[in-house]
Design a protein around this ligand. Sequence first.
Ligand SMILES: [Zn+2]
Length: 458
Amino acid sequence: MRRLPIVLLVALLAHPGASIAQEITAPAADPRIQKIVASISEERLSALVQKLAGFGTRHTLSDTDSPTRGIGAARQWIFDEMTRSSPRLQVSFDTHKLARQGRITRNVDIRNIVALLPGKSLRRVYVTAHYDSVNIGEEGQISANTRAPSNTPRPDPQLRRDQDYNADAPGANDNGSGTALTMELARVFAESGVEFDATLAFVLWAGEEQGLIGARAHAMELFKDKVPVEGDFNSDIVGNSRGGDRTTDAESVRVYSEGPEDSMSRSLARYIARAAAVYVPSHKVRLMARQDRFSRGSDHTAFTQYGFPAVAFRESKEDFSRQHAATDTVDGVDVRYLAQNVRVNAAAVASLALAPPAPVVTNPRGQMMIGRQPSGYDANLRWNASPGASAYRLYWREAWTSDWQHTQLVGNVTEFVLPKLSIDNYVFGVAAVGAGGHESLVSAYVPPPRRDPVIKLR
Ligand SMILES: [Zn+2]
């Protein structure tokens, strides 16, 4: 078994609780996941990106009558292509009738495309990307980045009255790359023949460029319907390895996740890095402890705002001169690099969908089930059983570190004591382990925010 250089036993021996701690090692590779990762096709990714860019524009407010140009033609083709990919995919339009608002300058129906791959359980793992594109004029995104700093806000180019919504906005990289990634994963997962525990939802959003509108409308319904969403793997601009600053990096991808430090979004980010190290060791996952890049956003935030864990994949090097402009063409997409990002997604999505759900570590009153029993100086951890779990794995780390340092596999129990380990000095978490060895996300025990009474002054 390959070892991750996360911790050495030597270091462990210096800590209390070390007598039972194990090294953190990479999980054993599952041949089914290796096969899924190996079946990602660069040729197909290339064909998908070319086809998407070929619609000329996929602007949310562009023409819907033409069979070859505009968002109407694009969404119908995505729907048909996913339907053709596999009879196991349940493909539908998720339509929202929008009133005029902000950058949506007239009433319009927007359509997300949803492809469900039913699993053994109803819990859902989302794989998403927006398929709409935009051309903001004035040389695209680079003009916003290079403009002299000013205290006077610039008018939003998407609120200009003279906009041409049918102007060229090929969006090969933003976000043909993420759209192709999502479509290819849908095909490969559906055709793998593997029965996943989680239901997989492969979704292409509309209205992202006008304010994450398609994703927000969808996430709002998930929240209302109490759908158990375990995570959203959102990809937006993931196909270019050559920066506009003339630097290149085809060996890494950035994964942004919103805090706090032990949010389930951060847990998902750590999980992705771990799975990638096992199945795609040639590609490095760079975890970013922030919601997104400065002043930029994407649909993962629609999910986190409704309390669902989510991350955003972003290419290693960006060329801002090709974003939100007519120059976002297929020659700016490095398909070999894009394929590596698809493989990282494939490995983590498959691992998570094969694992049981993460254990719940709070009681019905919302309190963390952690204490110092029995001696008063121990770490006493309790959790609710996860359906399908055959064991649990505890994790802990010094309270001023960002990733797990120590671990202990425990049996099929819902309580475990780590003797003489201070719950004040370490952060603890627990993951559920399925019969096939796949682990869930780690649920961390975090102190709730204090709600102290306001002091009364007279
Ligand atoms: Zn985008």
